[in-house]
Ligand binder design. Sequence first.
Ligand SMILES: Cc1cc2nc3c(=O)[nH]c(=O)nc-3n(C[C@H](O)[C@H](O)[C@H](O)COP(=O)(O)OP(=O)(O)OC[C@H]3O[C@@H](n4cnc5c(N)ncnc54)[C@H](O)[C@@H]3O)c2cc1C
Length: 417
Amino acid sequence: MSGQLAAKHDLVTVGGGLAGSALASVMASAGARMLVLEQEARFRDRVRGEALVPWGVAEARMLGLEAPLVERGAHIVPGWTVYAGGAGQRRDLPTTTPAHGGLLNYYHPTMQETFIGLAETAGAEVRRGVIVTGVTPGASPSVTVQRNDRTERIWARLVVGADGRDSRVRTWAGFKTSRDAPNILIAGLLFEGMAIVEDSAHVFIAPTWGEIALLVPLGHSRVRVYLMSVRRAERGRLSGPTRIGDFIQACIECGAPADWFFTNGARPCGPLASFEAASSWVDHPYRQGVALAGDAASATDPTWGQGQSLTLRDVRVLSDLLRAHESDWETACQRYATEHDRYFDALHTIEGWQARINFTLGTEGDRIRAHALPALRQGFGPDLLGRGPDAPADEPARHRLFGAEPTLGGGASAPGE
Ligand SMILES: Cc1cc2nc3c(=O)[nH]c(=O)nc-3n(C[C@H](O)[C@H](O)[C@H](O)COP(=O)(O)OP(=O)(O)OC[C@H]3O[C@@H](n4cnc5c(N)ncnc54)[C@H](O)[C@@H]3O)c2cc1C
């Protein structure tokens, strides 16, 4: 078979999660011959993102993907309440963000089913329960797919690695992955029957010992609870049914009311899983007919809830360029990769600043917060909820937050795989 002429598909996505199925839905609607290859026959709770922050909701809106989520019961949350040892300070998101809206929250597998269904309806071919076992970059890139005992090779004009934070496409296609040094561990667990105020997310910050508990209402008394912690040695990995008590206790120590966990029949209803939060990314996520999108291109620290918004930014930028350069996808993808570097670098720098403010321990942490918290309150800091990577991430912005310092405050990077 000789590549491009024989290719039955314009674009193949490895993975049919948020990145793969959102891209397939948009590109199939524009007339591209799409193939989505997804290993899960049925999506399950992997403890992933369920709060889409306002700038990400704006991205979904521009892609025509907000309304389908709302129709499938996504829960709109206008408030963001932060508790730092006392009464909560509530931010009203619709009046304080450029998108003029709240968080859009949903059960992650429901969102995945919604988007993969949309892709199919738009005309994409969707194969589920198939595992991609290899990608060959080149002028006519191809993927190798396995289902039961059968192996098949499929050529396309463009292959998109949308296979998530542990992406293997990156390695197969010869990309180099960078990672921040390990610092924060994030654990998450879904509860049902939890009686909390459902028109706000609730953030309990304990900077003295480096932990944050975040409660994200999904509607109908279902709440996703996350614990972010730098107390790695004492806490260990909060994962599996035997650690649920420790997880709840740690959230209560951060300030979350014990009542929320123990009254009105509140109970866990999913797996407790724990992840290394450090960001991983690829510089210039395009080479030789293979582009990366979503977590495969850059998985940002989940502590800051930016991953899905960043994924939708990838989908919008890539699909806009592919449509604008219909006959020259090489140029489109090179531009996408350059643009991706720009907005990811900005977001990564800002997340590094937030981590510094919230997770630096001891007197150094007190000094940083004494300068940064008033600046944030006066609106001089970055705004991850409202503006994400579009807020200033330059030296003057850093100076406003941290004052005159000899060192830069962005995330430190270490080479990975
Ligand atoms: C604990 C945690 C909390 C988070 N909280 C938030 C939050 O509050 N807000 C937010 O915006 N983001 C959050 N995120 C990030 C968010 O979940 C991700 O950014 C988002 O899911 C990325 O989507 P994706 O499609 O790139 O990857 P994924 O969702 O991982 O999808 C990848 C898909 O590829 C498939 N796949 C993988 N390998 C293969 C293969 N070889 N063959 C076929 N299929 C394959 C997988 O089955 C999967 O369906 C969180 C992440 C974590 C870990």
